[in-house]
Design a binder for this molecule. Structure first.
Ligand code: AIR
Length: 185
């Protein structure tokens, strides 16, 4: 079946490129890589710095589309030019993750990414590991436009998220009135 062979392609051939500004961004980016691995989707992770290796960053961005990538995730801290520098060189969607590695705890990185000038968008996630998780999910949602089997898995994921909240609420829900707190029957 066409969708099966397309899906196995997604399992084997990286369509998502992850670029981190430094190996020290590893802990934050694990929020994205763990998520992609839980969906059995292949990715490539590489390190490049917009400021320390600007030429390498430009080459990675320029080659991304012909290397078969469909979406790029870029994570960096401090004055984080990485996602913007990549977005300047490609029309592939670029998702930015601000890393809280400086004394400003990622506010600096977030503003660098979210305040891109008109014409060069970067889809900026929340600061840190949670933002990294969302970056992976957004990348999967973009891929799901083409790879429909992924759409089924994402819908299933959303259902599981909702069920978890309802189950937890059923366990914890209680009534309070002054002097007493009783579980809701
Ligand atoms: N960084 C590296 N080159 C440019 C930037 N903005 C970021 C990395 C990391 C932080 O600087 O993404 O979050 C500190 O990097 P390092 O290598 O000094 O630990």
């Amino acid at each position: 079946m066409e969708s099966d062979s397309k899906m196995s392609l997604l399992n084997e051939t990286p369509r998502i490129l992850i670029v981190v500004g430094s190996e020290t961004d590893h802990d934050v980016i694990s929020g994205a890589t763990d998520t992609l691995e839980s969906f059995s989707v292949a990715y490539r992770l590489t390190i490049s710095s917009a400021h320390r290796t600007p030429d390498r960053t430009i080459q990675i961005a320029r080659n991304a589309e012909k290397d078969g990538f469909k979406v790029i995730i870029a994570a960096a801290g401090w004055s984080a030019g990485l996602p913007g520098a990549i977005a300047a060189e490609t029309i592939l969607p670029v998702i930015g993750i601000p890393v809280p590695s400086s004394v400003l705890l990622g506010m600096d990185a977030m503003l660098s990414m979210v305040q891109m000038p008109p014409g060069v968008p970067v889809a900026t996630m929340a600061v840190g590991k949670g933002g990294a998780k969302n970056a992976a999910l957004l990348a999967l949602q973009i891929l799901a436009i083409e790879f429909t089997e992924l759409k089924t898995r994402l819908l299933e994921y959303k259902k599981t998220l909702a069920q978890k909240v309802i189950k937890t609420s059923e366990k914890l829900e209680y009534n309070y009135s002054p002097g007493k707190q009783v579980p809701k029957s």
